[in-house]
Design a protein around this ligand. Structure first.
Ligand SMILES: *Cc1c(COP(=O)(O)O)cnc(C)c1O
Length: 405
């Protein structure tokens, strides 16, 4: 008899987005004439850059000819040199030296953040920020590393509250040592970007305790201020304690195209083993790479035209973020994020609960948002707005929200 992984039965079951969908559908069914503005989605809306499309067309054409057809990629860990070298060179822009065989190309940062646990023993203590991108929590729960869900939290995880009081960056834990530490900066959902000093504390902690930081910098391209590092490897000591996840999804609109990469320094060793070598072994057995066409598309984001075009799109989203942030602050609301990230983290007025304020915005303003409580207990009392909409919808949402305050 086959037995299932019982850990799956402990999962509370994709509560947040299905529940939002249910409430939105119910409202629309009762009010079919109301048009809703959706600032809840975490997906991009602008098309791929022309330079990317051009590279894809060219690569598709190559696949149609015997001389230029590609099958399995034989190069290092199923990634073509042209892409790994372009990624390596892009790190030089922020003063970071990364070797090309420290770069692993994949189909998504979600895939990699969710699979990295394979190379770590089950009894590592996992720390997550609260609020948090649910992938880190759910994948550790599936592996059996999170304990049981008590209706609010997982019993074996260390939750690191990120609140207005600590500038939405976690303070070092006291008591149990965190072995695996997930940090996402710029942050989804709070929009906060960690400073050099903040990250340095965690790098020092991780090196002192032989912990590993799993650093998700999917939104690094949205950093506009000079302070926050784009890579954890800008911090001294990070190469002996950190793994970095990056993605073309938000940087270049690849959410439907699929390409990302993970950097594991060769200097990162635990129990006498290189984590780079372990991940290489894992990928070699479970992964056959990203398609040639998509790797060419990703490469094009590093060309001079590609860079310029994706920068323009990011500037477009960040302008939306500015409109939301300035509009709602002017209306007297406490608004965070939105400067180095496409997310605005809004404190609900008068201590109203996340879901109550979500309902009010849906029913009175016809604006769809995301309740902060869905990202963890410390998200209660906040809602998340995204800057990924179009300009008119964003302006309209701000007008409508102001009108109901
Ligand atoms: C969108 C997002 C990613 C990107 O995931 P992909 O699988 O590369 O599309 C990674 N981390 C966070 C926190 C995100 O919000």
């Amino acid at each position: 008899m086959a037995h299932i992984n019982q850990n799956y039965l402990k999962l509370p079951g994709g509560y947040l987005f299905p529940e939002i969908g249910r409430r939105v559908r119910a409202y629309s069914a009762e009010n079919p004439t109301k048009d809703l503005v959706r600032l809840g989605i975490g997906d991009v809306t602008q098309p791929l850059a022309p330079a990317v499309i051009e590279a894809m067309h060219k690569a598709v054409e190559e696949m149609g000819h015997k001389e230029t057809f590609r099958g399995y990629c034989e190069e290092t860990c199923c990634a073509y040199d042209f892409l790994r070298f372009a990624i390596r060179d892009s790190y030089k822009d922020v003063g970071v030296e990364v070797a090309d065989d420290e770069i692993f190309v994949s189909d998504g940062a979600k895939t990699d953040c969710g699979s990295i646990g394979d190379i770590f023993e089950l009894n590592n203590v996992v720390a997550v920020c609260d609020p948090v991108y649910p992938v880190y929590v759910d994948t550790n729960a599936m592996a059996g590393r999170a304990g049981d869900y008590d209706g609010e939290k997982w019993t074996d995880l260390i939750y690191l509250p990120c609140t207005a009081e600590n500038g939405f960056f976690p303070v070092l834990p006291r008591g149990r040592v965190a072995d695996l530490i997930y940090i996402c900066s710029p942050n989804n959902p709070t929009g906060a970007a960690a400073t050099r000093e903040q990250l340095k504390q965690w790098v020092d902690y991780a090196n002192a305790h032989d912990s590993v930081i799993l650093y998700d910098s999917a939104y690094e391209a949205f950093i506009t201020e000079p302070g926050p590092p784009h890579s954890i490897f800008e911090i001294e000591g990070a190469k002996t304690c950190a793994i970095e996840f990056r993605s073309f999804s938000k940087t270049a609109g690849f959410t439907g195209t699929r390409c990302a990469y993970t950097v594991i320094p060769k200097a990162l060793v635990r129990d006498g083993s290189s984590l780079n070598a372990l991940w290489n072994r894992r990928q070699g057995s479970k992964f056959n790479g990203v398609s040639y066409v998509i790797q060419r598309a990703a490469e094009a984001t590093f060309s001079p035209e590609g860079k310029k075009q994706i920068k323009e799109t990011i500037a477009f989203y960040l302008n939306n973020a500015r409109i939301i942030k300035e509009g709602l602050s002017a209306a007297g609301l406490a608004v965070y994020g939105g400067v180095n990230a496409p997310y605005i983290w809004l404190k609900t007025p008068d201590g109203v609960g996340s879901w109550d304020f979500f309902d009010r915005l849906l029913r009175q303003a016809n604006v769809v948002t995301t309740p902060g409580a869905g990202f963890g207990p410390s998200g209660e009392g906040y809602i998340r707005l995204t800057a990924f909409g179009n300009l008119e919808a964003t302006q309209e949402a701000v007008r409508r929200i102001k009108s109901i305050l």
